[in-house]
Design a protein around this ligand. Structure first.
Ligand SMILES: NC(=O)NCCC(=O)O
Length: 418
């Protein structure tokens, strides 16, 4: 048998270069996989790759939209990625289009985790200010920030001192965002570590929904808590007790499925059953653990539930003062790994936007005609064909202590072969 060809020095050099480029969190020196493909494939090949990877909206690739110069100036002045596109729906005879402009913000922390907590928090506020201003200048109607945006994602450490970052729902970060909500007539979703003072200082992982008049519409607490890798989050807060609320806002019915909840299809379903048209998935997750899942799960949820999904992941590597372990046999270490950004939108018709940068702060904007949700329900009929009664019955059985799985064994399973 012929031996596989050895790598040449040039090829080895290229591999090393790619590895070096990736250590800054980029995709081999490119901001995103999309950018890598678009800059390296011939246009006709890229068009076909794009069709298969990102899908089509009304038979065409998603169109980009132009943004005001003031938003672009903020992006270049403060070095954050800014992208914008548009999901269309068919024209209807009896309903006007319901076009909403939606924004997602991804960011790294602003100061080392060794800085005074107050300075860390305030520095994140200052970092976000121009990005939120850009969203406002661009006319964003609904804006969502990343999970636990006011703090480093210290839940890997299991150290209790990070609990100091927790705030009541009407605390400092909410007040900070309420001003923007009023100024820009914008609904803002603010995922924070919540301190529930009225219930014995209980901590929750909570998304506060601020209305476009600056009022607090309500909150949702993360339902599913990870117990995987360094995600030692159960040390800090409890499984949510707010169910699957959908918030009826001036711009549509929205819900929030916080991070690890995206691995639970029933969690997505429940927001859909309550009538959500856009579900946000503010997250904090790292490349080694979940990157291959990232482009699939939210997109699948958007398809299965006929709603839009906005997925957000934080950016960068956060190094903590004291090394930690997580009982997975890995040597002690002081960081989670790289939070890979890559925030994006998925639509009910299976199309999705290119992702934001894998390593830079960013603001992703998309116009979406919410009429697409019902149009896709009418086309595919997933709700109508869902046979919920079958599953309700199975789940009711499954919850009983004497449940036995419905397995029909081949009576000849243990027959000895002749
Ligand atoms: N924040 C959080 O729930 N992360 C869990 C890791 C993952 O779901 O990818």
């Amino acid at each position: 048998m012929e031996k596989p060809a050895q790598n040449t020095d040039a090829q080895n050099g290229q591999v090393q270069e790619a590895t070096k480029a990736s250590s800054d969190g980029s995709v081999c020196g490119y901001d995103s996989l999309h950018q890598l493909l678009s800059e390296n494939l011939k246009p006709h090949l890229f068009q076909e790759v794009n069709r298969i990877l990102l899908g089509l909206n009304r038979g065409k690739a998603l169109e980009t939209i132009s943004l005001p110069e003031s938003a672009k100036a903020l992006s270049s002045g403060h070095n954050f990625d800014l992208q914008a596109s548009c999901f269309l729906a068919d024209k209807e005879l009896l309903r006007e289009p319901r076009i909403v402009r939606v924004g997602l913000i991804q960011n790294s922390i602003a100061l080392p985790t060794t800085a005074h907590f107050l300075d860390q928090k305030r520095a994140i506020f200052e970092k976000l200010r121009p990005i939120i201003d850009a969203a406002g200048a661009a006319g964003v109607n609904v804006l969502c920030l990343q999970e636990a945006w006011t703090m480093p994602f210290a839940f890997c450490t299991r150290e209790k001192r990070w609990c100091e970052f927790a705030e009541p729902v009407d605390g400092e970060s909410t007040r900070f965002l309420q001003d923007f909500a009023r100024m820009y007539n914008m609904v803002i979703i603010s995922p924070i570590l919540e301190r529930d003072v009225n219930h014995g200082e209980t901590l929750w992982n909570t998304a506060v929904v601020i209305g476009n008049n600056g009022n607090i519409i309500g909150k949702h607490r993360k339902n599913h808590i990870p117990r995987v890798g360094d995600f030692n989050e159960s040390t800090y807060y409890m499984e949510g007790n707010t169910g699957h609320p959908v918030f009826e806002t001036a711009y549509g019915k929205i819900a929030v499925n916080i991070c690890y909840g995206r691995h639970h299809p029933l969690n997505w379903l429940a927001f859909g059953l309550n009538g959500a048209e856009i579900v946000f998935n503010p997250s904090a997750t790292v490349g080694e653990l979940s990157e291959p899942m990232w482009p699939i799960e939210a997109r699948n949820a958007a398809i299965a539930n006929s709603y839009f999904v906005g997925s957000i992941n934080r950016v960068g590597t956060e190094v903590f003062p004291n090394p930690f372990t997580s009982g997975d046999g890995k040597p002690e270490h002081a960081d989670f790994g790289h939070f890979y950004g890559s925030s994006h939108f998925s639509a009910p018709d299976a199309s999705c936007t290119p992702s934001l940068s894998r390593h830079r702060d960013g603001l992703l904007i998309s116009d979406m005609d919410l009429n697409l949700c019902r149009q896709i329900k009418d086309k595919w009929g997933f709700r109508m064909t869902a046979r919920y009664e079958l599953y309700a019955d199975l789940l009711a059985q499954y919850l009983k202590p004497d449940f036995e799985p419905q397995v029909i064994s081949d009576p000849l399973l243990h027959k000895k072969s002749p």
